[in-house]
Design a protein around this ligand. Structure first.
Ligand code: GDP
Ligand code: PGA
Ligand code: MN
Ligand code: MN
Length: 592
């Protein structure tokens, strides 16, 4: 399939290490993929779903202990000891290799090695990058085929170059004690073993497109961020693009695919999805920042997705989709998850495969789908996919948004005073933890730029890189905002309706970028005048509700600055002085 000697040599090295019985190169052809699907049906690795209702869709269950990313078993291995800082799990590369090599030795004996060449980013884009993943899992092959551009076209993009990321994955769900997800940014290498969960094994995604790529961006002067990319088209046909960084399971996929509320739809506004999870951003010839989505599909959270909350996502999953750890509706061989509709099927298998009475199961406090159950769906299915999706140059970014789950403290929206202040705002992000990563759920933790699990190098250097990019962009830099859809009332209910109605906030953001909206200067940044958030057609939301959502509690905010200063102290002396100054200035404004 290729005459690239670097690729051939490396695959040979992998064969010698893992000694598979045979090697199959994935060419990206439908015939080959179909044969693999058939094989997985025969072994039970995949279940074919109702082909009339869900053509091309399949169901997969992972091991019970293997349902989310494992941050404590995820490592960055560089020669730079300074990368060993708060939020980066670092180990010396040689030490790590010595530890892991025995695990890989002969690990594929009696099995097949699949070689997956893949391209992150549109074919032909100067910003795209190629990877090759070897794996012994058909599930991984089929997911990679949806999430990336695989096969011959990826090898063509690579040509004779040696610049590709080498990913080695083996043994889905065998031995959690020896589960490792390891990045070697200096070697362009990823070693993943003993997991079968998406974020740990689809090596193009978090491992390459965020951890390795953030390091590449630092060295090469661009940015790899945990951000969705969406376009808002006005009635005249002009499109403005917004990127937004929220931690996992905090609303990126939903925002990226939002359906405009009636008040905007009837004026002719439209929303287009470019990406739902990752943005690679470069400074263009005109000095503006341009974003591409390196992925080719969506790996989305299933629970909560329904005809009302996110019809676009739901329609995207109606064909050619892999469902993982959702419930199996045995009444019609389809799928079910909490929030899909009100009533669970009576005849259903919950996500681990146990057949139960759905109603009874839920009444007893059970969840039929795992809270981090996922769909892997082709981008091409998305009804609102942007026509710029494959644009090799990407789309120009007007605004960048940070946000997380905060029951209190963070208001609905505010704008930073400057780029440097915006970098402070991103660095200060905090969010309640979710089921997307192993560990406790609902605990507030710091998650700078939503990148906590994905930094590929020293976090202080990463902040400095952001400041540096802002200096290069100058007055062409996107404006930076922060949002919070998750404020709760005293009973713990979300106050803001969220989902499609989040567009009301995005519209204020765009108006600010164009100098068309006023703002109130507060200690933490510029806030909207409450009446400037359009609430036309919203039930139960008044200007007073908005006023409440914009409220800044100075005591809570002083606590927050303290938390950020503690975080900076933990990260260490690479945190730029400018950010310490921003923290001090915020403290002073709050103390006035
Ligand atoms: P992602 O992992 O960042 O892409 O997050 P998703 O868009 O998949 O959403 C994760 C969870 O948050 C799902 O259960 C959604 O239903 C829920 N969610 C997303 N957006 C909103 C919102 O605006 N308000 C509320 N209350 N929940 C939301
Ligand atoms: P998410 O992507 O951000 O859509 O949850 C997967 C993840 O971050 O694990
Ligand atoms: Mn993500
Ligand atoms: Mn998502």
């Amino acid at each position: 399939m290729t005459s690239n000697q670097h690729v051939l040599d490396w695959v040979k090295e992998m064969e010698e290490l893992m000694t598979p019985d045979k090697t199959i190169w994935i060419d990206g052809s439908e015939g080959q993929l179909r044969a693999l699907r058939e094989q997985a049906f025969a072994t039970g690795e995949l279940t074919e779903l109702n082909q009339e209702e869900l053509p091309g869709c399949v169901l997969h269950h992972t091991a019970k202990n293997d349902v989310a990313r494992v941050e404590d078993r995820t490592f960055i291995c560089t020669s730079n000891k300074a990368d060993d800082c708060m939020m980066v799990n670092w180990m010396d590369p040689n030490e790590m290799k010595a530890k892991l090599l025995p695990l890989y030795k002969n690990v594929m004996a009696g099995r097949t090695m699949y070689v997956i060449p893949y391209c992150m980013g549109p074919i032909g884009s100067p910003f795209s990058k190629v990877g090759v993943e070897v794996t012994d899992s058909i599930y991984v092959v089929l997911n990679m085929d949806i999430m990336t551009r695989v096969g011959v076209k990826a090898l063509r993009q690579l040509g004779d170059s040696n610049d590709f990321v080498r990913g080695q994955h083996a043994r889905a769900d065998i031995d959690p004690e020896n589960r490792y997800i390891v990045q070697f940014p200096e070697d362009n290498a990823i070693w993943s073993i003993n997991s079968g969960y998406g974020g740990n094994v689809l090596l193009g995604k978090k491992c390459f497109a965020l951890r390795i790529a953030s390091y590449q961006g630092y060295k090469e002067g661009w940015m790899a961020e945990h951000m969705l990319i969406l376009g808002i088209e006005d009635p005249q046909g002009n499109v403005d693009y917004i990127t937004a960084a929220f931690p996992s399971a905090c609303g990126k996929t939903n925002l990226a695919m939002l359906i405009p509320p009636e008040v905007y739809a009837k004026q002719g506004y439209k929303v287009w999805t470019v990406g739902d999870d990752i943005a690679w951003m470069h400074i263009g010839d005109d000095g503006r920042l341009y974003a591409i989505n390196p992925e080719n599909g969506f790996f989305g959270v299933a629970p909560g997705t329904n005809e009302k909350s996110n019809p676009n996502a739901l329609h995207t999953t109606m064909k050619g989709t892999i469902f993982t750890n959702v419930a199996h509706n045995l009444e019609n061989n389809t799928v079910w998850w909490e929030g899909l509709d009100k009533n669970p099927p009576e005849d259903v298998q919950e996500w681990t495969g146990l057949a139960v009475d759905g109603k009874e199961y839920i009444a007893n406090g059970g969840k039929l789908a795992h809270p981090n159950s996922r769909f892997t769906a082709p981008a091409a299915n998305c009804p609102c996919l942007s026509k710029e999706f494959n644009n090799p140059n990407g789309v120009p970014v007007t605004a960048m948004v940070f946000g997380g789950r905060r029951a209190k403290t963070a208001p609905l929206v505010y704008q930073s005073f400057s780029w440097a202040h915006g970098v402070y705002v991103g660095s200060a992000m905090a969010s309640e933890t979710t089921a997307a990563a192993a560990g406790a759920v609902g605990v507030v933790r710091r998650d700078p730029m939503a990148m906590r699990p994905f930094f590929g190098y020293n976090v202080g250097d990463y902040f400095a890189h952001w400041l540096e990019m802002g200096k290069k962009l100058g007055d062409k830099a996107p404006k930076i905002f922060n949002v919070n859809w998750f404020r709760t009332d005293d009973e713990g209910h979300f106050i803001w309706p969220g989902f499609g109605d989040n567009m009301r906030v995005l519209m204020w953001i765009l108006k600010r970028c164009k100098g068309e909206a006023e703002a109130v200067e507060t200690a933490i940044g510029y806030e909207p005048k409450p009446e400037d958030i359009d609430i036309t057609g919203l039930d139960g939301v008044t200007v007073d509700t908005i006023k409440g959502l914009l409220d800044v509690d100075k005591e809570l905010w002083l606590e927050d600055v303290k938390g950020v200063e503690e975080l900076y102290a933990q990260i260490g002396d690479h945190v730029p002085a400018e950010l310490h100054a921003e923290a001090a200035a915020l403290r002073e404004r709050l103390s006035k």
